[in-house]
Ligand binder design. Structure first.
Ligand code: SAM
Ligand code: SF4
Length: 350
């Protein structure tokens, strides 16, 4: 089990002040995992069988999620990204979006609501999600070939994902982003095809370096496809020029033949962007995490279920500050002493 941290007792705790860590990073992005369940079984994320699901009784209710979100927004968080597992499997997903879209920051501004999804179920729910206040979508698609998709996700559902992307492309949500984990001898010969597919759907393609977050712990640094390799492959087809002004975004971007189309690479392994990280994570079972790779979690469940009213708000705020305070300068994947988190990506929230 991950280590559970003792709360840091911030001397001047109390909602309404920015979440600044000991390295000066201001936290503005809360990734909210809604479930660890998924309609696919991507090899780099989940095992085919034998996954240990989170206990149903520990999954945060909508009211509990909103309680945390309200305090986070008061503390300066401006984006909620809904993820999982597969967030669209949550039966109350439209209500989740609607309630979160009603949360206001200290200046009365609404919070930006984004979602990362595998796209399955999007055609049936997207109009309601947009109506509820969803502003941005990232959809994952690692291959355009049916046989590969089936091998990679262990489910024969490429057509459902393509329908989801078509629905997103037909909606007003922009920028629309498509994500692919680049994998050697799996889809590294499809990088150009994926970018062209994205352009045809008025979307931005982003390639992700594979990270050691698979439930099977099979990640191999020597075999992963690096940012340099991705750029070399794309350079054979387009002239790439860097897009300036990345700020804290995980993806570095390049214009394709001068623009307007771009491609992004999320190089968490070979070019970590920890120095600009403004992200915190809330797992579906109420654990706050300050990094994907952290082995420490801050347990909000007893706080959310053991207190009420302003006492609860203050305790949530203290826990958020403890979590931010405990954030390390970087993830140290390359350190020989690096320990992969016990949770797979589906249970952390990507
Ligand atoms: N099910 C949704 C999806 O696939 O988009 C949301 C959750 S998924 C965990 C979020 C993102 O994490 C996806 O883009 C997925 O490709 C990425 N991801 C999962 N495991 C990964 C790994 N080991 N390395 C890099 N990215 C990973
Ligand atoms: Fe499911 Fe997303 Fe993990 Fe694939 S990456 S198994 S779609 S949670």
């Amino acid at each position: 089990m991950p280590r559970t941290a003792t709360p840091y007792d911030h001397a001047a705790a109390g909602p309404g002040r920015p979440l600044v860590d000991t390295h000066g990073r201001v936290h503005r992005d809360l990734r909210i995992s809604l479930t660890d369940r998924c309609s696919l079984r991507c090899t780099y994320c989940m095992p085919e069988q034998g996954n240990e699901w989170l206990a149903k009784s520990s999954i945060l209710t909508l009211d509990e999620i909103v309680a945390v979100a309200r305090i986070a927004a008061a503390d300066g968080v401006t984006t909620f990204r809904l993820t999982g597992g597969e967030p669209l499997l949550r039966t109350d997903i439209v209500d989740v979006v609607r309630r979160l879209a009603g949360v206001r920051g200290p200046d009365g501004h609404p919070v930006d609501i984004a979602m990362t999804t595998n796209g399955i179920r999007l055609p049936e729910v997207l109009p309601d999600l947009v109506d509820a206040g969803l502003r941005r979508l990232n959809i994952s698609i690692d291959t355009l070939r049916r046989d590969r998709f089936r091998d990679l996700t262990r489910r024969d559902r490429l057509d459902d994902v393509l329908d989801g992307i078509a629905a997103a492309a037909a909606s007003a949500l922009r920028p629309l982003k498509l994500n692919a984990v680049a994998m050697r001898d799996v889809n590294d010969d499809e990088l150009v095809d994926l970018v062209e597919f994205a352009i045809a759907h008025d979307a931005q393609m982003r390639f992700i370096e594979q990270m050691p977050l698979d439930a099977g712990h099979t990640w191999d640094r020597a075999r992963m496809v690096t940012q340099d390799e991705i750029l070399a492959t794309l350079s054979a087809r387009w002239e790439l020029t860097p897009v300036p002004g990345r700020a804290g975004a995980p993806a570095a971007r390049w214009y394709l033949d001068g623009g307007p189309h771009t491609v992004g690479v999320i190089a968490s392994v070979t070019a970590p962007f920890c120095g600009d990280c403004d992200r915190l994570r809330l797992t579906a079972d109420g654990q706050l995490r300050n990094c994907l790779f952290s082995t420490t979690e801050y347990d909000l469940l007893p706080v959310l279920r053991g207190a009420e009213g302003s006492a609860r708000d203050e305790a949530v705020d203290r826990m958020l500050r403890s979590c931010v305070h405990g954030k390390l300068p970087g993830h140290a994947i390359d350190d020989p002493a690096f320990l992969q988190p016990v949770r797979g990506m589906n249970a952390i929230g990507g």
